[in-house]
Design a protein around this ligand. Sequence first.
Ligand code: MF3
Ligand code: CO
Length: 262
Amino acid sequence: MKITVKSAEEIELMRHAGKILAMVHQELAKVIKPGMSTLDIDRLGEEMIRSYGCEPSFKNYCGYPASICVSVNEEVVHGIPTDKRIIKEGDIVSLDAGVIYKKYHSDAARTIGVGEISKEAELLIERTRQSFFEGMKMAVAGRHLHDISRAIGDYAESFGYGVVRDLCGHGIGSHLHEEPEIPNFRQWKRGPRLCPGMTLAVEPMINIGTPDVLWMDDEWTVITEDRSLSAHYENTILITEGKPEILSLTEEEKAAGYLDLF
Ligand code: MF3
Ligand code: CO
């Protein structure tokens, strides 16, 4: 399958899907509290997505049983929500969600600190987010895909962090996962040339320790091999001639000046 370039109409639908997902993330970040279960978060998230007239794209995707991937501390991604896992003060919780609006997808993730968190956790979250924006500096038509990969990886590794290698970002559109795969670290080849109208889900997953990860027995939850903390930051973006348009940025992030981070 080739990398698709979206039409103006398709881009409008994806903008809407991104905006709804941003609202969901902004609200979930506010409601998450110690004592809640990861299933509570999934239920609230699914309700919000549907109340905005969208569908949760992860639900039943390849058999995934929930709408929001909730991954706590050493869990990297694809944590399965359960009423047994209770969020506590000091945890870092990665929320990954996707929505579909009129057949078009958006995909975004945030890692949230619950109450007071350690300095090292706070720095990991902040630098994982900035690694995404370092990638955005390269996400311009005429550059190549792996310029994004290198910018993300080099920035994260400059702090001694482990950049997860076994999972990648991806193209997105009328499918959750489209071409191309987007690694978060240096590649041998420069990759395809970026063109206006390409839509990508860029998603660095960064560990305090080793980049190596393991799959749990549930066949979904990915954890760090050394059990060190992991953070995730993902947005759906649109390549343009100039700065990329970040379709799933929240209003609060815009107000906080995130558009100046790249
Ligand atoms: N953002 C993730 C991805 O792109 C989550 C999808 S996995 C799912 O792979 F199965 F839960 F949908
Ligand atoms: Co994704």
